[in-house]
Design a binder for this molecule. Sequence first.
Ligand SMILES: [Zn+2]
Length: 76
Amino acid sequence: MKCVMCKSKLAKSSVNHIVDYNGRIIIIKNVPANVCGQCGEYYIDNDTAMRLEEVVSDLLNNKAEILVLNYSEMVA
Ligand SMILES: [Zn+2]
């Protein structure tokens, strides 16, 4: 798998994924992803992305404008 932006190699790592959902910012830390060593672009696989979507939709009941979560705690 290669970076779409710069064609460099990707390495498995974890990232802080930031979602801007209608002006509400949700930060999810320690999300497993394939990260480009060159430009820092990252790619989250489908399973992880689906899990993130579930979590984000759960959070919409919460009125906070900024939320910070830790992915490794969510999937435990
Ligand atoms: Zn890149």
